[in-house]
Design a protein around this ligand. Structure first.
Ligand SMILES: Nc1ncnc2c1ncn2[C@@H]1O[C@H](COP(=O)(O)OP(=O)(O)OP(=O)(O)O)[C@@H](O)[C@H]1O
Ligand SMILES: [Mg+2]
Length: 202
């Protein structure tokens, strides 16, 4: 089967200026030429075919989020090759962004003080989703994720489970071909987790 994600010998090393503690440390840090290097991803290769759902496992700090950020075009690999739907994500970042959806469980894409539906409207503009498509997707996702009762409420008033469902819906509004999920069920109770898993399967 043809792979839609192809990762070959990808490395990612973060290089950070060394920080010095104590008074004067900040100034010393600015002028220092010392760097610490963190190797976050070390020679990873894999292929994912259309229709596959793949879990990416590893202990904390193993480099999972870094790998997802490279596949979404947020970070640039230090070496190796990586293609998503035939493109190098960081080189064609905008086109890639239009074809993928992503949920980072640790970070909200919704506007805190605005109603959920306003964040969705903004998403619709940014992704230029045709009206009919948008209406259809919104009504499908609202029903599937049971969001109708809180679409007009500000995000800051929502429970964690309600907010996560809205995050997941937002990532799917523009019909992405690939969906990346980085701990999308973090903090959810057992029932909510099961509901999300069933939804993703569907
Ligand atoms: N922007 C950054 N600058 C420097 N080091 C970083 C940066 N982002 C991540 N790292 C380091 O890279 C390594 C991998 O981090 P990453 O977030 O990819 O791990 P993870 O597998 O997602 O972990 P977790 O399960 O805790 O989410 C860690 O050692 C982390 O400290
Ligand atoms: Mg992570």
């Amino acid at each position: 089967m043809e792979s839609i994600i192809s990762v070959r010998e990808v490395f990612k090393t973060f290089r950070q200026p060394k920080r010095f503690p104590g008074p004067g440390g900040a100034v010393r840090s600015i002028f220092s030429r010392d760097f610490t290097e963190v190797r976050a991803v070390s020679g990873i290769s894999f292929d994912i075919a259309a229709g596959e759902a793949v879990g990416y496992l590893g202990p904390n700090g193993a480099g999972k989020s870094t790998m997802i950020k490279m596949m979404t075009g947020i970070l640039v690999p230090t070496s190796g090759t990586l293609t998503v739907l035939g493109r190098t994500p960081h080189q064609e970042r905008m086109i890639n962004a239009g074809e993928i959806g992503v949920v980072f469980g640790q970070r909200s894409q919704l506007w805190w003080d605005l109603p959920v539906s306003d964040s969705f409207s903004l998403h619709r503009r940014i992704y230029d989703i045709p009206d009919a498509r948008y209406a259809e997707n919104l009504s499908y996702l609202s029903a599937m994720l049971a969001m109708n009762s809180y679409l007009d409420r500000p995000v800051r008033q929502l429970s964690l489970g309600q907010r996560m469902r809205a995050e997941i819906a937002m990532a799917l509004l523009h019909d992405p071909k690939v969906l990346f999920l980085d701990e999308p069920t973090i903090g959810l109770d057992v029932v909510a987790r099961t509901r999300c898993a069933n939804f993703f399967r569907r």
